[in-house]
Design a protein around this ligand. Structure first.
Ligand code: GAP
Length: 531
């Protein structure tokens, strides 16, 4: 299932991670009993709670606490309000945003193997001294594909190529050759790749049961951002917020990815957590830097640390259509097992300038300008005259499913010393099971005491995750299950509990076992969960 999985000794095995996800109910293939459907994934009981915990952490820290209470570059609290907008909007939204005209991936088909590749994922194995313009494609970051392309290159150098093998198409994304001899990464023959063609990534649908496919067509949103932009005026007019402020939204987005791959990393249905932060154009740079750094710190606080997480400023040629000259764009990237030693994008932080508001203003003919009563020259009464402007927007746009995948990959820790052979070191805040409560044996009143403790903990922490009661199998097997589920603490009721009212607490990560009073368990857990 995992294309490109790299199983180098210091890289975790993607196959093992996926197997655990299936075995423990984190993530299943969508429509599995019917053979699956490419690019779609379902979350099981543990996975959906983990995903909810990550979404809630984002919502709490971003929306409720306004960047965790950290003051903005203006020294004031950061103000963020939420919205929840529709997946289907008027198709004109996507014309204005540029998605209808420009949301395309150039794709290359292999005539021999029928595989399809993103043109920007294929690399040229050109060599100085080879026949002018030769191109041998291989998949970036894939050693096997590189080695196979190398072999083909050597083979073809030994004989003359026929005209039929020489494509006159120039794969400009691969190189600037006018005569290109293309070799698909998995093909045996040469000249098998078509020129790149653009595929629009938006899913189309038809409105109304008897709708006309062309007249009544609509699109599933490819990003949640546009629902925010088109409601900018509504939010300003109906609340007390004023620029600078942000609007946040979480929700599903859909992209008909041509090559969905790498587990949930590139899916066709996925969830985003997006903020559009509106500010005065003069303050855009300061807010961009603020958001970039705060978002990086936030991912670290979710347990993604060290050299697996990087902040990468975009090169000029990577800038999106809305990024103005010199405007900042950076990605927070994680080193997934399938990208290692490279990195994959978790979140993009972009200065979108006033591109989107301007586009919607032009297309809808509705004024999107903001009247800032705190600016402008001072009137004789000492009050500012006010200034009309289109705010600039800083957009921290994160993928929730990619976040969950990164957290799962980071947590996955092989440990041959444990019966499970692996432990999921999830951050306690994210763990879907917050605690396990186990009677050592199923007698002598232990199950009753354990059940009472479980009920108390459930009452206090149940909104954050499960409190698991388990009395089946040996205690070692129960710990092993909890290790694989990423449960940070297990409390065991044993013979001593019945006499001295103490329990054993087992720490998932250190494996330490300490005794504490039954009445101290709740506060201990609260402190560890940070609530
Ligand atoms: N509004 C800006 C925007 O949508 P993007 O870089 O296309 O920007 C933002 O997407 C985030 O959404 C990405 O950083 C990634 O985490 C997530 N994402 C994008 N496409 C995805 C896909 N096919 N599958 C899973 N997550 C995806």
């Amino acid at each position: 299932m995992a294309d490109n999985a790299t199983d180098a000794c210091d890289v975790k095995s993607m196959d093992d991670i996926m197997a655990l996800c299936k075995r423990r109910g984190f993530i299943y293939q969508a429509s599995e009993i019917y053979g699956g459907v490419n690019g779609f994934w379902d979350y099981g009981p543990l996975g959906s709670q983990l995903k909810k915990n990550l979404r809630d952490a984002w919502w709490n820290d971003v929306v409720m606490l306004g960047c965790g209470g950290k003051p903005g570059p203006d020294g004031k609290p950061v103000r963020i309000v939420p919205v929840d907008t529709c997946i289907i909007q008027n198709p004109k939204v996507w014309e204005a945003s540029g998605h209808v005209g420009g949301f395309n991936d150039p794709m290359v088909d292999c005539r021999e193997t029928k595989s399809r590749y993103r043109a920007d994922h294929l690399k040229c194995l050109g060599e100085k001294g080879d026949t002018e313009g030769q191109i041998y494609a291989y998949i970036e970051n894939d050693d096997a594909s590189y080695a196979s392309a190398r072999k083909k290159l050597d083979r073809y150098k030994k004989r003359a190529l026929s005209d039929a093998e020489i494509d006159t198409c120039a794969l400009t994304e691969l190189g600037n050759a006018e005569l290109a001899i293309t070799v698909g990464p998995d093909a045996k023959e040469v000249g098998t790749l078509t020129p790149p063609r653009a595929f629009n990534l938006m899913f189309k649908t038809v409105l109304g049961a008897t709708g006309d496919a062309e007249i009544d067509k609509a699109y599933l949103r490819p990003e949640t951002a546009q629902g925010i932009f088109i409601n900018f005026k509504n939010v300003v007019d109906t609340t007390r917020v004023g620029v600078p402020f942000g609007i946040a939204q979480t929700g599903k987005a859909f992209r008909n990815e041509v090559t969905p791959r790498n587990f949930t990393f590139r899916s066709r249905e996925f969830e985003q957590m997006e903020i559009e932060f509106f500010c005065h154009p003069d303050e855009a740079k300061a807010w961009y830097e603020f958001w970039r750094d705060w978002r990086m710190a936030w991912w670290e606080s979710m347990g993604l640390k060290g050299e697996n997480l990087i902040l990468r400023e975009h090169d000029r040629d990577e800038l999106a259509h809305y990024a103005k000259e010199g405007a900042g764009t950076s990605d927070i990237e994680y080193r997934f097992p399938f990208t290692a030693p490279g990195y994959g994008e978790l979140e993009g932080i972009a200065d979108r300038t006033n591109f989107d508001l301007k586009q919607h203003q032009e297309h809808s003919k509705k004024k999107m300008e903001y009247h800032d009563t705190t600016r402008g020259e001072l009137l004789p009464n000492g009050q500012p005259k006010g200034e009309w402007y289109l705010p600039h927007v800083i957009e921290p746009s994160a993928g929730l499913d990619r976040g969950v995948l990164a957290v799962l990959c980071e947590a996955f820790t092989p440990d041959p010393e444990r019966p499970s052979g692996v432990v999921m070191k999830l951050h306690p805040r994210l763990s879907p099971i917050k605690a396990g409560v186990f009677p050592l044996v199923k007698k002598d009143g232990m199950p009753e005491v354990a059940e009472k403790l479980r009920a108390e903990l459930h009452q206090r922490f149940g909104r954050l995750g499960a409190i698991e009661f388990d009395e089946k199998q040996s205690i070692g097997k129960r710990y092993a299950r909890m290790d694989e589920a990423g449960c940070p603490f297990c409390f065991t009721i044993d013979g001593d509990t019945m006499t001295d009212q103490t329990v054993t607490v087992r720490d998932r990560d250190t494996l330490s076992q300490e005794r504490m009073g039954l009445d101290k368990v709740g506060d201990f857990l609260a402190e560890k969960l940070g609530v």
